[in-house]
Design a protein around this ligand. Structure first.
Ligand SMILES: [Zn+2]
Length: 491
């Protein structure tokens, strides 16, 4: 090595050592791919090397925090104490075999209902333990208050809330960011721009568990809790060219709205001097690749925020009550936003009145929301104060569009779709069209001329009666009204 190259290497190493700790302090947004660096094999190696550089919190700081065993016991105790509104389940195991426990809170835990689901995940990074503590407090607070606090009651009755305090119990036990295989779980998901995480055999069990979880449960929105900053972060997290700038996803306005719900309900997040309103687009802060947030939005149909809830990654346990106090309203309001805002409804078929697992799109937003496979309920989060053209479609049916003026409250729009063809023939479809305002007069006229008057009248009465019954049946099954003040339509 020439003298010049040696000096250069020394300078670069010094620079890396200087900058890494400050990057690491940014919770979920430390990153090892530098803008303009196209070498992703370097990325995989570097994230492992990086872990050796981090300084672990002192053992003394763990005092007052739950150990993994404490947490498991606390979750089991919780679901015993609050068995009426909760259940405990595991979505898999960590590298070292620790169950990845989840508490579900709902008035019908474990059942599938025509309701949105929300998930909170804490402790993705092992050395960021505040989230796991706060999530247990959140569960207990809801259990203690759902019969007297309207917000808690609304969540229990209208949302299925899934709480996973720790995705990385192995990292927590050794007070390190990465999992037991020294992999950063928030860089281990498939990336939309780069294929460096494609190899399934390299995917971590914790990551696999989350990916499978999203196939089993249709989550409308979610948030992961990190530490090291105070900001609500939203997609996109990465850019196509790996440079740092604001990179908006199709639902940018909705994400800004959701992030603001969190930051403005927080005691001081929105007062941030670093982040305007206490929110940030991930890529404009620092691009990352293979993150959980973007994967949720793209592949899980789930609007996910990355919440940095404490400047200090591992504060003293004595500070936890204050941090909980600062975050409590935000955590509740974010979950409740699934019910209080957006456009919701169900999709039915006109011919049989059955739920149709169709698709919902909003004009001008390149994103599709799927209705539930069984109940065909859909939950389309949208920024309020705007007009939206909402279209529902399902294979074999004519799609329908309605215009929604979305105010501060949620809006219910049910869709009744007409089959493209019907085995009962054109008569039924024509005379019983959705609103019965556009009945097929020519067909009916032809029908009348081919029968005598007595049969005609009888048949006419039967057809009208059937039409009436069919509409009653469809309407009877419609989505229950959540709030008396909520506006709703059926199209
Ligand atoms: Zn983090």
């Amino acid at each position: 090595m020439s003298k010049l190259r040696f000096v250069n290497s020394l300078l670069i190493s010094t620079a890396i050592c200087f900058f890494l700790p400050s990057i690491a302090a940014r919770g979920g947004h430390s990153d090892y791919i530098h803008p303009g660096d196209g070498n992703f094999s370097f990325h995989v190696t570097a994230r492992n090397l990086f872990a050796q550089e981090e300084t672990r919190p002192s053992l003394e700081l763990t005092r007052g925090y739950m150990t993994n065993d404490d947490l498991e016991k606390a979750m089991k105790d919780f679901t015993k104490r609050c068995s009426k509104i909760s259940r405990l389940y595991s979505i898999g195991k960590s590298v070292n075999g620790f169950p990845l426990w989840v508490i579900e809170i709902s008035d019908r835990p474990g059942e599938i209902e025509a309701e949105p689901a929300f998930k909170y995940i804490g402790n993705v990074h092992g050395d960021e333990p505040v989230g796991r503590e706060l999530l247990l407090r959140l569960a207990n607070w809801i259990c203690d208050n759902y019969d007297k606090d309207p917000l808690a009651q609304m969540i229990v009755e209208n949302v299925h809330l899934h709480i996973m305090p720790s995705l990385n119990p192995d990292g927590f036990s050794i007070r390190k960011r990465n999992n037991a295989n020294n992999v950063d779980l928030n860089r281990d998901f498939p990336d939309q721009f780069f294929s460096f995480n494609e190899d399934l055999s390299l995917r971590q069990p914790e990551t696999m568990a989350v990916m499978t979880w999203l196939r089993d449960i249709r989550f409308t929105a979610s948030a992961t809790l990190h530490g090291g900053a105070l900001v609500a972060n939203f997609p996109w997290d990465g850019t196509e060219d790996k440079r740092k700038y604001y990179y908006a996803c199709p639902d940018d306005e909705t994400f800004r709205f959701l992030a603001r719900i969190y930051s403005k309900s927080h005691r001081n997040m929105s007062l941030s001097k670093e982040f305007e309103e206490g929110i940030t687009n991930g890529a404009s802060w620092y691009p990352i690749y293979g993150g959980m947030q973007d994967w949720n939005y793209i592949h899980g149909g789930c609007f996910e925020l990355t919440l940095e809830i404490s400047d200090n990654k591992w504060p003293r346990a004595s500070e936890l009550p204050t941090i909980w106090d600062y975050n409590r309203k935000s955590m509740l309001n974010l979950v409740a936003s699934l019910v209080k805002t957006g456009v919701h409804g169900r999709i039915f078929s006109l011919d049989q009145g059955k739920p149709l697992p169709g698709l919902v799109v909003v004009k001008g937003i390149n994103y599709t929301v799927k209705a539930h496979q069984r109940y065909a309920d859909y939950h389309r989060l949208l920024a309020p104060g705007q007009k939206y053209e909402v279209t529902a479609s399902s294979p074999g049916y004519k799609s329908k569009t309605t215009t929604v003026w979305l105010g501060e409250n949620a809006f219910t729009a049910d869709f009744i779709l007409i089959p493209e063809t019907s085995s009962r023939g054109n008569l039924l479809r024509s005379s019983c069209d959705c609103s019965c305002k556009s009945c097929g007069q020519p067909l009916l006229a032809q029908f009348f001329t081919e029968t005598n008057n007595g049969i005609t009248i009888t048949l006419f009465v039967v057809v009208v009666f059937l039409c009436f019954l069919l509409q009653r049946r469809v309407r009877f099954n419609l989505w229950k009204q959540r709030q008396s003040s909520r506006r709703s339509i059926t199209v």
